[in-house]
Design a protein around this ligand. Sequence first.
Ligand code: ASP
Length: 416
Amino acid sequence: MSLNTQILIAAILGVAFGFLLNLFPATQFFDSSIYLLGIASSIFIGLLKMLLVPLIFSSIVVGVSNLQAGGQLSRTWKITLACCVTTTTLALILGLTCAHLFDVGKGVDIALFQDAMTNHQTPDTLTPSSFFTNFIQNTLINPFKAFAEGNVLAVVVFALFLGAALVKGGDKFKSIRVLSLQFFEVMMFLVSWVMKLAPIGIFALLAKLISTEDISILSRLAEFAAVVTGTTIFHGAVVLPLLLWVFGEMSPITFFKGARAALITAFATSSSSATMPLSMQCAQQNLGVRPQTAGFVIPLGTQLNMDGTALYEAAAALFIANLMGLDLSIAQQIIVCLTAMIASLGAPGIPSAGMVTMIMVLQSVGLPAEAIAILLPIDRLLDTVRTVVNVQGDMMISVVVDHHTKTLEKTSSYNS
Ligand code: ASP
């Protein structure tokens, strides 16, 4: 049985086992199962996180130096940026439109949430300007500190500089380039080992999620949860595949088949960073993306491209405004979109990161930050689907970028 099929079966069994556990709460069986599931899921997530920083670092160094050496860096960079901005903008428009269409939050009694809001400790105020200052202060730092702390963004920036310098330096740095390439290859080798554990890890993660999260809590905010989840699924199942088909000339079926392992892992972990090693492997091995493109686009996309998060933040801001009985003007909605775009750029790919950056979106239009307390109880569940779309967007962009750079290369070699 292929690993992809094993992962799919493990996910289904994990969900079923989670529901089964729900039938035996507060029993010895429940406690020991949760303990064992906790160990299995921690091993899987731990191994993925262990590989994350060295993999991101080596893949960007290799990707950038290969692209720059072949004169494709600026082209790849521009197409990647254009794809990220386009897909995120579409996600934001979709989020706002659907929230309007279904009037999410209108007519819901805010008094129901008063307790949660008053007891909630809101983190420090997050304005766009303080967000930028923090962003710079946390990004341009000692790379060893960044490695040790797992500060992905800082590692990305250092790797971009190093990759570019290795090419500028030419033959003088040839051995470091070879070393980086071999280091990257050995990391990918380790990823293939960790992949073997994916079925067990995913089974454990999903069983634990279903048995410990209070799914009934979704019903309190049923309409909002249904609209956000439905819209996110629409973006992932219709908008992104359509763009992929038109601009990447790949059929959605081929894409979903090849990307399945990473998408299920994203669902189970709610972390695009933890899923990144698998996204990279799926892109290279199943979707035919060349290593230099995948090595550059996937780690960058993991950090910067989050369609699911942007869509969620825009819809949630409107939901909260409706709940408070406020009508956001068109200008305010544009501010929400711009801030949600910045917020999704800065959100790390970890569970519920979007909730923290959400504060900035709310405050940008004068909504109270405490209002995130309303959404927090259901966030872990909603996070599953938006993380899938975040990861899907990264892989899809890598296919489109690779397709375009290949075509442009062919055209320029034909012309010359
Ligand atoms: N969990 C998401 C991710 O890792 C981020 C978010 O909270 O929206 O991509």
